[in-house]
Design a protein around this ligand. Sequence first.
Ligand code: PMP
Length: 284
Amino acid sequence: RTVYLNGDYLPEDEAKVSIFDRGFVMADAIYEVTSVLGGKLIDFGGHMARLKRSMDALDMQNPLSDDEFLTAHRELVTRNGIEDGLIYLQVTRGNPGDRDFAYPPADTAPTVVMFTQSKPGLADNPAAKQGIRVISTEDLRWGRRDIKTVQLLYPSMAKMEAKAKGADDAWLVEDGRVTEGTSNNAYIVKGGTIITRELSHDILHGITRAAVLRFAKEAQMKVEERAFTIDEAKDADEAFVTSASAFVMPVVEIDGVSVGQGTPGPAATRLREIYLDESRKAAV
Ligand code: PMP
């Protein structure tokens, strides 16, 4: 596989980053994941906009223009023959030469890494037909979840807890209410209304979330942006999650309790179709 490192395209085993890199020792790094369908990038503009938000929040300098990022993404898609898959992009604050809590001088070169993951048939994931099972667990992450940093240890722990309990994923709960999934935004549907937590520092501002809510409104579906409890979710007609890699994924069980009929619901199924159709049309 060919990967991108600081302007170069290299075989993956030749791409080396310093052990002093702040991404490595401090998790001082942000990332984006863009999906590829039919060789084209889904929601690329949204991912670039959020990359900038994350960098601004951390006083990180943006090393490349959107056009340069686009070129590099396309180059990796071509070089690796990606039809369906994901492109991972990470920017770290670079290598200051020593370990120090203070940020290094602003002219320290950031480290920019991109790589592809091939996922043939990504949009036909059989899990979308069955729906996934989630457990609930406490949200113990830091308070700036709107910044897409690589501090992913707690989400990993929550995911492992879900697996140990025979489920697919975890919904994180804070002050009695669901924030989001380990790597996705969480929704319920009750009486025809789609309910998902409002944007704040408490959750990642999902690029898929923004698109799906826009499509829902265009399709005259009712949308309410507010927090909900796990009890409310168990009692909902439907539940689902969204992310760049899972698109719209129905949730059919929460803490062992079936949601609705225990099968993917009509709203989630329809939104998945609309999202895939529309975002393929707008892909670049
Ligand atoms: N919340 C969290 C915590 C995530 O990690 C992700 C995926 N990176 C999302 C939500 C979904 O965001 P997006 O739709 O932009 O992939």
